[in-house]
Design a protein around this ligand. Structure first.
Ligand code: DGL
Length: 254
C-alpha cells in the first residue's frame, strides 16, 4: 500500500498522477488539514508532523510513502529517510531542470511556499540546474487557502493569482514552475491570468507531479512492490474537523 501525505488537499494533484500509472495500487492519503498551511511553519514543526504522519501511515499498512508536499519534502525528507530506513520515501523536486530546458526567454519563474523557497534543499536544486538562466521566485500568496476552500476559478482566484504571478512575468519569465502541490489545482486560472498579462507569450506551466508518479513506479518496480491487480481500496485520513472539501477532492482524484 502506498501512503501519500500533504498539509491538505494539495498532494491530491500527485495522487491523480499516481492513479494514472498505478490504477490498482491501494493508497492511503493523509491530509493534515488541521495544521495547514505548512508554508509559514518552522522546519522543526514540519518534521514533527511528518514523523507523526509517517508513523500513522506505516501503522495503517503503507510500505512506501510519497511526501506529496514540496514544503515537507524540503524540511523533513532527509530526517524521515534516516529514521525509517525500511521505507522508501519519494519526495517533490522543484522542476527547475525541465523549465531550464524549455524557457526561450532564459527566465524561469518559480511559485512556491515561503518554507520551500528558503530551504537549503530548494536552493541547492536551483543552483545546480539554473546555469545560464535567471530564476525569479515568488510565494504563491493565498493560493493554498484558496485551494483548501475549493475556490479554483473566478474573480477571487484570478485576483490572488495575479498578485503573485505578475512580478514573475514582469521579469520576463515565460516558464512557470509550480513548486507547491496545491498550485496545479489553479492551473486554469494561472493560464488565464498569464494570457491576460502577457498576451502572445504562450507561458508554459510546469507541474512536477507526473515525474514524481513515474519515480514512485520506478522505485516500486525495483523493489518488487507492484500491486497484484487485486483492485484499488483507497482511504483518506484527515486531521481536520471540517473534512467536507477534502472528501470531494479525494473522490475526484483517487
Ligand atoms: N502543498 C504543500 C507544498 O507543496 C504545502 C502548502 C502549505 O501547506 O503551505 O508545499
Amino acid at each position: 500500500m502506498t501512503g501519500i501525505f500533504d498539509s491538505g488537499v494539495g498532494g491530491m494533484s500527485v495522487l491523480k498522477e499516481v492513479r494514472k500509472i498505478l490504477p490498482d495500487e491501494p493508497v492511503i492519503y493523509y491530509a493534515d488539514s488541521a495544521h495547514c498551511p505548512y508554508g509559514e511553519k518552522s522546519r522543526e514543526y514540519i518534521i514533527g508532523r511528518a514523523r507523526f504522519i509517517t508513523e500513522t501511515l506505516i501503522a495503517e499498512g503503507a510500505s512506501v510513502i510519497v511526501v506529496a508536499c514540496n514544503t515537507a519534502t524540503a524540511a523533513a525528507i532527509a530526517t524521515l529517510r534516516e529514521e525509517y530506513p525500511e521505507i522508501p520515501f519519494i519526495g517533490m523536486e522543484p522542476a527547475i531542470k525541465p523549465a531550464a530546458l524549455r524557457t526561450r526567454t532564459k527566465v524561469v519563474g518559480v511559485l512556491a511556499t515561503a518554507g520551500t523557497l528558503k530551504a537549503q534543499k530548494y536552493i541547492d536544486t536551483r543552483d545546480h540546474f539554473a546555469e545560464g538562466i535567471k530564476v525569479v521566485e515568488h510565494i504563491g500568496q493565498g493560493f493554498v487557502e484558496l485551494v483548501e476552500k475549493g475556490i479554483l476559478t473566478g474573480p477571487e482566484a484570478e485576483k490572488t493569482v495575479e498578485t503573485s504571478l505578475k512580478p514573475l512575468l514582469d521579469e520576463g519569465a515565460d516558464t512557470i514552475v509550480l513548486g507547491c502541490t496545491h498550485y496545479p489545482f489553479l492551473t486554469d486560472t494561472i493560464r488565464k491570468v498569464a494570457s491576460a498579462l502577457a498576451p502572445g507569450m504562450n507561458i508554459q506551466i510546469i507541474d512536477p507531479a507526473p515525474a514524481v508518479a513515474r519515480q514512485l513506479l520506478k522505485v516500486m518496480t525495483e523493489k518488487g512492490m507492484l500491486p497484484d491487480g487485486g483492485g484499488k481500496a483507497s482511504t483518506l485520513i484527515l486531521s481536520s474537523a471540517d473534512p467536507a472539501k477534502a472528501e470531494d477532492f479525494f473522490r475526484l482524484n483517487v
